[in-house]
Design a protein around this ligand. Structure first.
Ligand code: ZN
Length: 692
């Protein structure tokens, strides 16, 4: 039977189109509930299966794949460059104000312009992000443009499509009939917590940190590879609608309501008020509370609410007369710089820290702030004992931004970076070419030792409860711990510890039990815990599974390291240095004797072989004895690859029940199809036959 007739028997193209629409709507509704309302309506599993089904059909019938499909959210082919696009309505900036007096002036002009008729203001939080214009036609997103110079912006449609909370299509046909074409504007941003997590990953991998969420958002939107954008947790909030029809001609607040009805994420903090005094209250209220918001705001936007009144007021010098941005002061405070101290990280990097006279800034007491590095200190001419301005702007960590030169004492001298590490061994320090940081190069630098032991015991590494910063400090101070291997000798020192302050038999036994438990932690966690420079969690995993054991890893050369997924030259060199270090070798030997896990799980390892190397599998339908994810893992452990779609390169299609269009595609290409039983058999025998 030919594929066509087989297919026609089951579905007509019309049916299939309907099915695709149904699946899309289901996904869109689930996205909206999940991302906008934060009330998930279906399980992840159910969601994945609907998504997969849509992908499968679209793959088999590319003509059914549309630009608004939720499957576009995973990103597409990288672009060479962004196309420029002229804004239909120029994206003008608002006038800014910082003072209440200017706000009163603004209100007076509005009053005059409107001939003293009644008016209302729409107040909105000004999210600190990147403004974007979105064009929809027949309810479908056509284009997303950055502000650019206000006249022309970059077409970043593919990147914007990856934002899961943004509707790529509006399904409410009554709305679309009324407003077939419209433009929406919004602010793309990143939440503080997501930003911190991303930076934490970078720190672990030894990469340069991002300054603040706005810069990271702007940088992300300018990536040419949308599949990378899809991995970043960007969000959008929409605040402007233009339909060129009566539908959007009533008021700003009605427009936002309509945006909400169409499924756009809008701010829950908008407020309509009827006097400038109430605007004040709104401004002050949010100034006090802005620290507690999950994202940064840099001010408040105030708009005359009625569109008819906006039109009367019009524009002056390319800025609307009916709107203004009240900018909050960056959170600043003046205090005295008591001392510049140096902090040593686990890799030996030395960062200067400002020790400050305590000052309250945005509700929290600040007594330390970052000074970044020696170049920063010199270019801003910050000296010890200066009076300084500290700021907490779009950045999470307070920083010293300037010093008040008028208040500087006459005998003040520029800061000199010490030539020795502040640690007890007073090791010489060294600044590698092209790096901003100095490093302590002494292998026994006690500060590095502390940081390394803390890292080893931390939750994502060996997860040893009770071995936190304070305890590590105490134990290092007393010489109970000099390296991570000493942790496993603490049993023998139980009586000694019992004599110390703050320790009872219960607390010490809890720590010892947690230490014992850590011996069972998987090998890749140990590899990460060792704190090898540049080896973050991801690299540790890749290395663990590539080499299988510590002994294989130790014996590898630089080329072998670099053949591992995502391992570049600097990580490879760092591994070489690490294993060549006799002190590290001793530590590793002791950890092995202590009984830690030195290879990936026996069973796992035996399956991670190369029997399937060079073979590409595609999975479809539901398997009874395992999830698709598990099936993929089993294939990958044997060196095979799992692809999302059937092509000429596919070696096997594994089809469970309810297999969809992939089944058809595989038949068309004469690719061998395995049922679950056959697949399990294949996993048990050695090398699969080549069929194509
Ligand atoms: Zn040192």
């Amino acid at each position: 039977m030919s594929q066509d007739s087989l297919f026609e028997k089951q579905y007509s193209l019309d049916d299939l189109t309907k099915k695709v629409d149904e699946l899309k709507q289901k996904i869109v509704a689930a996205d909206y509930r999940y991302y906008v309302l934060a009330e998930p309506s279906i399980s992840d599993r159910e969601y994945d299966s609907v998504f997969k089904e849509l992908q499968d059909i679209e793959h088999a019938y590319p003509e059914l794949q549309t630009q608004d499909s939720p499957t576009k959210r995973v990103g597409g082919q990288p672009l060479k460059e962004f196309k420029q696009f002229k804004h239909i309505i120029p994206m003008l900036s608002l006038s800014n104000t910082y003072t209440n007096q200017e706000l009163l002036d603004f209100d007076r002009k509005v009053q005059q312009g409107l001939d003293s008729t009644d008016y209302a203001y729409a107040c909105e939080l000004k999210v600190d992000g990147v403004a974007i214009s979105l064009h929809y036609s027949q309810g479908v997103l056509q284009r997303a443009i950055t502000r650019g110079d206000g006249e022309f912006g970059d077409d970043i449609t593919e990147n914007i499509k990856t934002l899961p909370m943004l509707p790529l299509r509006i399904y409410d046909t009554s709305i679309i009939t009324e407003i077939p074409e419209f433009e929406v504007r919004g602010e793309v941003y990143m939440e503080k917590l997501d930003f911190l997590n991303l930076n934490k990953e970078r720190e672990e991998a030894g990469e340069k940190l991002y300054a603040n969420p706005r810069n990271l958002t702007a940088g992300t939107l300018k990536l040419l590879d949308s599949s990378l954008v899809a991995k970043r947790p960007l969000k959008i909030v929409c605040y402007f609608l233009e339909t060129h029809s009566p539908a959007s001609s009533v008021s700003q607040s009605k427009n936002v309501e309509l945006l909400k009805k169409m499924g756009f994420p809008i701010s829950p903090y908008n407020e309509q008020v009827f006097s400038i005094q109430k605007v004040y209250e709104y401004i002050e209220n949010w100034d006090a509370k802005r620290e507690s918001l999950p994202f940064f705001i840099d001010g408040i936007v105030i708009k005359v609410d009625a569109i008819s009144q906006q039109r009367i007021l019009g524009f002056v010098a390319r800025a609307p007369r009916w709107a203004i941005a009240y900018k909050y002061e960056a959170l600043k405070a003046e205090t005295k710089l008591l001392d510049i101290t140096l902090q040593v990280g686990r890799t030996g990097a030395i960062t200067p820290v400002a020790e400050l006279q305590s000052v309250v800034l945005a509700g929290s007491t600040i007594s330390r702030a970052t000074l970044h590095n020696i170049d920063y200190i010199h270019s801003n001419d910050i000296r010890n004992k200066d009076f300084v301005i500290i700021e907490k702007g779009g950045d999470i960590i307070p920083k010293v931004v300037s010093s008040i030169k008028e208040k500087r004492s006459s005998d003040s001298i520029p800061f000199q970076f010490p030539q020795l590490c502040p640690c007890k061994v007073q090791s010489e320090i060294h600044r590698p070419e092209g790096e901003a940081n100095y490093y302590c190069i002494h292998p026994n630098c006690p500060w590095q030792i502390r940081r390394r032991i803390e890292h080893f015991a931390s939750r994502d590494a060996m997860d040893i409860e009770g071995l936190g910063e304070k305890v590590v400090d105490q134990f290092v101070e007393l010489g109970l711990l000099q390296n991570v291997a000493d942790i496993y000798d603490l049993y023998a020192k139980r009586d000694e510890i019992l004599l110390l302050d703050r320790w009872g038999s219960k607390s010490i036994d809890n720590v010892l039990a947690s230490i014992e438990k850590s011996k069972q932690k998987p090998y890749h966690r140990l590899l990460f815990a060792l704190g090898i420079r540049y080896v973050g969690e991801g690299a540790a995993k890749n290395l663990a599974f590539h080499f299988g054991s510590m002994s294989a890893l130790k014996n590898a050369d630089i080329e072998e390291f670099m053949s591992v997924k995502d391992i570049g030259k600097s990580i490879a060199q760092s591994l070489i240095d690490f294993f060549a270090d006799p002190q590290e070798s001793t530590v590793i030997k002791r950890l092995e004797l202590a009984g830690l896990t030195f290879a990936i799980d026996e069973e796992e390892f035996s399956q991670r072989t190369n029997e399937f190397t060079g073979f590409i599998f595609v999975l479809t339908g539901e398997l009874e004895s395992m999830t698709r994810k598990h099936a993929s893992e089993l294939i990958e452990k044997k060196g095979g690859k799992v692809s999302g779609s059937v092509s000429k390169k596919t070696n096997y299609l594994v089809a469970g029940t309810n297999a969809g269009s992939k089944h058809i595609a595989a038949q068309e290409l004469a690719i061998p199809i395995l049922n679950e039983q056959e697949f399990i058999q294949l996993l048990q025998i050695s090398k699969p036959d080549t069929n194509n």
